[in-house]
Ligand binder design. Structure first.
Ligand code: HEM
Length: 271
């Protein structure tokens, strides 16, 4: 079976990739600048822990599903996310779009590995007009700067959203929702080409709700700030901070959190 690829990749692993592949699965090592990385801190963390290829390249659907199982994400959420992600990307309204393709998919037509399995690279997760959106928590809008990598200033500002709860600082759904609303108001002013409608708002609220479901200590306790710092700041799963993945989670929980955040953060009026 031939390997059909549209985005050129090196055939041989570089020195750093070779040595990284020797690290045991689960061990954290930040990738190098030649590794492929997404605008999603969770996908990057999975690569940094070797739950998917540390290079971030040629990731298969079963590999990503197994990696998402490592963080205890609900089975149906894993299935749905991976089914969408591995679709061939087609821009909205493209009359030549191949059957089965989707606006939300990341792959190029014929993008398979040597075994003929569908694969994707993490940087494709940031492709335009798919899932990536404006008004991120830690990435700049596509029109204004780097939409792929963490912006230090935005990250530092996000950390101020955590509230002191007994002894520790935590991120609560309601503070993050209010913050998302503030960000939207600012971006409407600063980005004349802002693209942010209901689909983007939904995606942004799902990201916040998935963080609560995976790392939260309960709705009222929120997510410890140190977990957010590990995941967003270092793209590392917060094992050292005492986090352990949940054994069971329902998709309904993520969706319920997302509805709560979406309503509180609703930026389009008239609430
Ligand atoms: C197949 C699985 C996943 C895919 C394809 C995916 C995709 C994405 C994409 C495209 C973005 C960029 C959005 C933007 O432009 O801001 C993003 C951001 C984000 N993702 Fe994921 N994601 C996945 C899994 C997860 C999971 C399981 C979580 C939480 C536990 C998560 C948490 C986040 C967060 C918090 C952000 C926001 C970063 C920011 O706003 O700065 N993602 N994800």
């Amino acid at each position: 079976m031939t390997t059909q690829r549209r985005n050129p990749q090196p055939q041989q692993p570089t020195g750093s990739q070779k040595s990284l592949s020797l690290f045991p699965r689960g061990e954290y090592h930040r990738g190098s600048s030649t590794d492929s990385r997404a605008p999603c801190p969770i996908l990057n963390s999975l690569a940094n822990h070797g739950y998917v290829a540390r290079s971030g390249r040629n990731i298969t659907k079963p590999e990503l599903q197994a990696a998402l199982a490592e963080i205890g994400l609900a089975y149906t959420a894993r299935l749905a996310l991976c089914n969408i992600a591995f679709k061939v990307h087609a821009d909205e309204g493209d009359s030549n779009a191949p059957p089965g393709s989707s606006r939300l998919g990341f792959r190029e037509p014929g993008q398979v590995n040597e075994e003929g399995e569908d694969v994707l690279d993490l940087e494709q997760v940031g492709r335009a007009k798919a899932m990536e959106h404006d008004v991120s928590l830690t990435r700049q809008d596509r029109e204004l700067g780097d939409h792929m990598r963490l912006d230090k200033g935005m990250y530092e500002r996000l950390l101020t959203v955590a509230a002191k709860n007994e002894k520790k600082k935590s991120f609560h759904l309601w503070s993050l929702a209010r913050y998302r609303r503030t960000l939207y108001t600012e971006h409407v002013q600063s980005n004349k080409k802002l693209t942010f409608g209901i689909p983007q708002h939904t995606a942004a609220c799902l990201e916040v709700s998935a963080m609560q479901a995976v790392f939260g200590k309960g709705v009222f306790s929120g997510v410890p700030a140190e977990y957010y710092e590990a995941v967003l700041g270092e793209e590392r799963l917060p094992y050292r901070e005492g986090w352990t993945p949940r054994r069971f989670m329902l998709l309904a929980e993520i969706l319920a959190f997302a509805v709560f955040v979406a309503v509180l953060a609703w930026p389009f009026g008239p609430f």
